[in-house]
Design a protein around this ligand. Structure first.
Ligand code: PLP
Length: 407
């Protein structure tokens, strides 16, 4: 049974107040709060199990290595990958997407080759491809969304030409909450012989993910949104792609042998993990994913679906609130503006006075803002611990904003 009140007690920060009010944390899309299981794993690791990994023959180094490497199979299970060596440790999605760009795309893409991406991508899934445009002369082919904020798989596949070398799309928009049918995109892309990279930063937090079922080539996740520490994350790379990739960063651990006149590389995944990694952050991520596994991602998704439907119901009644995106399949992420209320920053400042944390700005999605004809929105993004009461608190605070700012 999913008991949200019990679950909330796992998150010490939810007890605190902000500006004299009990905290209502609705900035989960930016970063999620941490359960005790993660805080305790990090504390245990630093206080009694810490040493560098992969290097020592002493007891603590072996213990730290064991704890750290065990996280690979936790992530493998969480993402439904076939093999643990298909899981590369990263510091987050940004590193994962840059890794694909430097280690794979830059190796194969020639001037005039194309990458297909949607206008709904986060900058982390845009800027690395702009680097390739500037440096290698590749072409970005943009796919539009519908007015409801849907990304239609057929329109992605129609953008593929004989020069397309990669499709790079998000699994869930961090602005509109739109869920993208990446399974259909991957199936169509496979028929066309084009690899697919999925940005799973948001989707993996809100729903069960199985990369083998999706059938994509690359899938990136970020730990701090998954209730784990910052500087943790993973990139799934399907086995057959691993051998096609150059190493990414060079340094310790990723080599087998270094001579004056040459080097040989370690085998994947270590070939792509240079230097001392964020050891304790990854151990904390392991604890976070085990916590999610214990709750059950199906249960998390169904709890969040009730919250999403309640938010939609409540917002429906506010005719001065302009909610962006009406996708049929969506997560509990809502971007909105208030008619005549000026900059969304003002809204977030006012609701903050009520102890409610939301985000305002372009959400690192400027091409999407341009598509929506906006420069910024206010965003409330819900997580596994949010409640209907908190939705009510948000709605009350928005009513105050409307009274103060709206027309
Ligand atoms: N992609 C999406 C959809 C995101 O929401 C984010 C973070 O906001 C990122 C990528 C980047 O993640 P990180 O900054 O953790 O690397």
């Amino acid at each position: 049974m999913y008991d949200v009140d019990t679950i909330r007690r796992d998150f010490p920060i939810l007890e605190r107040s902000v500006n004299g009010n009990r905290l209502v944390y609705l900035d989960n899309g930016a970063s999620a709060q941490k359960p005790k299981a993660v805080i305790e794993a990090v504390t245990r690791s630093y206080s009694s199990e810490y040493a560098n990994v992969h290097r020592g023959l002493h007891y603590l180094s072996n213990l730290a290595t064991e704890n750290y490497e065990a996280v690979r199979s936790v992530i493998q299970r969480f993402l439904g990958a076939r093999h643990s060596h298909e899981i590369l440790f990263t510091s987050g999605t940004t590193e994962g997407l840059n890794l694909v760009s430097y280690a794979w795309a830059a190796r194969y893409m020639k001037p005039g080759d194309e990458i297909v991406l949607s206008v709904m991508e986060h900058h982390a899934n845009i800027v690395p491809w702009h680097f390739l445009r500037e440096r290698n002369g590749i072409v970005l082919r943009w796919v539009d969304i519908s007015d409801d904020g849907e990304l239609v798989p057929e329109s992605v596949l129609e953008a593929v030409t004989p020069r397309t070398r990669l499709i790079a799309v998000t699994h869930m928009s961090n602005v509109l909450g739109t869920e993208v049918d990446v399974e259909a995109i991957s199936a169509g892309a496979r028929d066309l012989g084009v690899p697919v990279l999925v940005d799973g930063s948001q989707a993996a937090v809100h729903m069960p993910v199985d990369v083998t079922e999706i059938g994509c080539d690359f899938y990136a996740i970020t730990g701090h949104k998954l209730y784990g520490p910052s500087a943790s994350g993973a990139l799934y790379v399907r086995e057959d792609r691993l051998d096609e990739m150059w190493p990414f960063m060079g340094g310790g651990d990723m080599i087998r042998e270094v001579r004056r006149d040459g080097i040989t590389y370690n085998t994947p995944p270590h070939k792509f993990e240079a230097g001392t990694p964020p050891i304790v952050s990854m151990i904390g991520l392991g604890a976070a994913l085990e916590y999610l596994e214990h709750l059950g991602m199906e249960n998390v998704a169904s709890h969040e679906a009730t919250i999403r439907d309640y938010v939609l119901d409540q917002m429906e009644g506010l005719n001065w609130l302009d909610v962006q995106g009406r996708a049929a399949n969506r997560g509990a992420i809502f971007s909105f503006t208030i008619a005549g209320a000026g900059h969304p920053h003002d809204i977030s400042t006012i609701v903050d006075q009520k102890g409610i944390a939301v985000r305002a700005g372009h959400h690192c999605a400027q091409p999407l803002m341009e598509r929506l004809g906006l420069t910024a929105t206010c965003r409330a993004s819900f997580g596994l611990y949010n409640t209907r009461d908190e939705v009510d608190r948000l709605v009350e605070a928005l009513e105050i904003c409307h009274d103060l700012l709206g027309n």
